[in-house]
Design a protein around this ligand. Structure first.
Ligand SMILES: Nc1ncnc2c1ncn2[C@@H]1O[C@H](COP(=O)(O)OP(=O)(O)OP(=O)(O)O)[C@@H](O)[C@H]1O
Ligand SMILES: [Mg+2]
Length: 365
């Protein structure tokens, strides 16, 4: 997919922004705090209906206003499509081609993006919830069924947790809930495992191309034990859930399940979060994002939009060049930078350049 135009109204530090993008490479330049990241974030919001930053939708509305409108005009296989998101005090509406989409799950997989931002380093340094969020967001882009599954799972876990808080507990009722929970959990596990396995197929090679080191893997960590036979997995996991019942009643909360899943990056048998250098961690995340592009191309037969926030300032020249060689012409890419000299001339020559100053756009060359 390619974005032809973005329009923002009362979004972050923008009153009104209209930006016509190049189908290939776009470079947004500007000093600190002028609104470069805000543009990339708006594209992410248009894709996934919420920011990748852990914030409330209301923070997206320009201070002093009570609504915000985001729009994208796109083209996929010669077919134009318009995406629109309205955010106000009452919540948000998502619209495709003028028609409101009531279920977010039906909206989310339409406009696919992959973002690399300095913020992503948290995926290695922070606790598991950041990594689970990554799994959930990325799987949502690929599969509307996963979104439904996750919603169903979250609902039933909420139901179970509320029940566990009551004074009188009926074990048989909890067992019935657990049966359904086991089935949903195993289905979530299968989606996540396949996703991680597929990323693993790409990441080693991509990391090698950027860093020159082989042996990068992603290891999925779950309470659920893997068996080839799915019904066996469900049966074994149901047993496990039963073993935890007594403890769960004591603590009044569900203790195991996909809501505790995690994954780690392993470089030649070493956990990279414990041993990796800063530059290594960045390159790992970058390789992860580039793997995701390959995965989306394979799974969905379309190119996602690549958003690279301030990436070149974080890499040495050699890695920068490796990355430039990697970015291919078919993937529409938007890069932000404070300094155009950070970016290789070859790239600058073929790009559309936009300058941002205090929430206003000044088209470059
Ligand atoms: N809801 C909002 N209303 C008004 N202004 C906002 C809002 N949210 C963020 N801003 C402003 O947007 C600006 C930051 O924009 P952004 O993060 O895009 O900057 P940037 O150009 O990427 O800077 P850097 O180079 O430092 O990364 C800040 O000045 C901030 O105060
Ligand atoms: Mg920024």
């Amino acid at each position: 997919m390619v974005i032809k135009k973005i329009k923002l109204k009362n979004y972050r530090n923008y009153d009104d922004l209209e930006i016509a993008l190049n189908e290939k490479l776009n470079i947004i330049i500007g000093k600190n705090a002028q609104g470069k990241t805000n543009i990339l974030e708006s594209i992410y919001v248009l894709s996934l209906t919420k920011s990748y930053l852990n914030i409330n939708d209301k923070n997206l509305i320009k201070l002093g206003n009570n609504y915000s409108i985001l729009e994208a005009e796109t083209i996929l296989n010669n077919i134009p499509k318009k995406f629109k998101i309205l955010i106000n005090d009452n919540g948000k509406k998502v619209i495709i081609n003028g028609r409101e989409i009531k279920k977010l799950s039906e909206y989310i997989s339409n406009l696919k993006v992959v973002i690399f931002s300095p913020e992503n380093i948290r995926m290695i340094r922070d606790g598991p919830s950041v990594r689970r969020k990554f799994l959930n967001m990325e799987l949502s882009q690929i599969s509307p069924l996963y979104v439904r599954l996750l919603m169903d799972y979250n609902n039933i876990i909420r139901q179970k947790n509320e029940y566990l808080k009551l004074d009188k507990i009926n074990i048989e009722y909890l067992k019935i809930l657990n049966k359904k929970i086991a089935e949903l959990s195993v289905n979530i596990y299968i989606y996540r495992k396949e996703f991680i396995d597929k990323l693993c197929n790409f990441i080693d090679n991509i990391y090698y191309k950027i860093m020159g080191i082989q042996g990068l893997r992603i290891k999925y960590i779950s309470n659920i034990d893997y068996f080839e036979d799915k019904s066996m997995m469900i049966a074994k996991y149901t047993e496990k859930l039963e073993k935890y019942l007594e403890k769960e009643i004591l603590y009044k909360v569900s203790l195991i399940g996909p809501q505790r899943d995690d994954f780690i990056f392993v470089l030649n048998d070493k956990n990279i979060s414990l041993y990796g250098s800063q530059g290594q961690l960045r390159s790992v995340i970058l390789s992860l994002k580039l793997s995701e592009i390959e995965l989306i191309k394979n799974e969905c037969n379309e190119d996602p939009i690549l958003l690279l926030d301030d990436i070149f300032s974080e890499l040495d020249i050699e890695k920068k060049n490796n990355l430039i060689n990697y970015i291919n012409d078919n993937t529409q890419t938007i890069i932000t930078t404070t300094d155009i000299n950070m970016i290789d001339e070859k790239l600058v020559k073929k790009a559309s350049i936009f300058e941002i100053n205090d929430g206003k756009l000044f088209p470059g060359k």
